[in-house]
Design a protein around this ligand. Sequence first.
Ligand code: PEP
Length: 268
Amino acid sequence: MRKLLIAGNWKMNGGAEFTSDLLSAIKNQKPTISEEVDVLVCPTFVSLSMAIDQLHESDILVGAQNVHEAEKGAYTGEISASMLVEAGCSYVLVGHSERRAYYHEDDALVHKKIQTALAHELSPVVCVGELLAERKEGRHFEVVKTQTLAAFEGLSDEQVVQIVVAYEPVWAIGTGETASPEQAQEMHAFIRSILAEQFGDVAQAIRLLYGGSMKPANAQELLSRADVDGGLIGGASLDAESFVSIIEIAESLSTKTIEPNPSSTSEV
Ligand code: PEP
């Protein structure tokens, strides 16, 4: 049984006041957060400490949106893994498509960031996903396979189970367009099959989130798929009511039994 994870990526939206108001609004909705569901918010760096203070004694976890691959040093403007841990973060997003596109983060750099995060016991949420053109050319499985294998290369079983993968088709991020539940399940089963080839049964314990315009209206259908173990949510996580609705949907599905998927053995 994999615990569902509902994660909000707040991107570069709002400073401390915005973060505080949004967290208060989320807490005011009194979401049920059971042992079966993890809830994570990823505010901007400058709001992390405040968010962690405000969420003290709540069941909501806090993560960062990025981490530098080096331990420390002359990297003006960057934030290290130890700083994130000291602030109280337990997760960090790595390789989000916006970072891959705008900051030229490639698979090798994403892998280094994963290693650094793991060395500090920060769980990486590794984002993979194809561009629209790549899907149209029928290359989506190949692209996601390359990204996934590079991310997990050379890691031990103990490290691998700390990692969460977020499948985020780039054409669905912030566009209002969502992968269909069938497309999401197909890719998630494929990712799990790649991980199973590398790591055997350990792959069954790795959580695979879907990201790309998830909202209350489509969350139920997406989250009820066998290999969809949660969501990475951008736009809808900036609205307390929508985010809490998605948490409640996850809670209602949290007892779903996850059967090993026969298609998880498919090959590209
Ligand atoms: C994201 O940026 O990770 C994301 C999934 O955004 P949105 O939900 O807005 O598509």
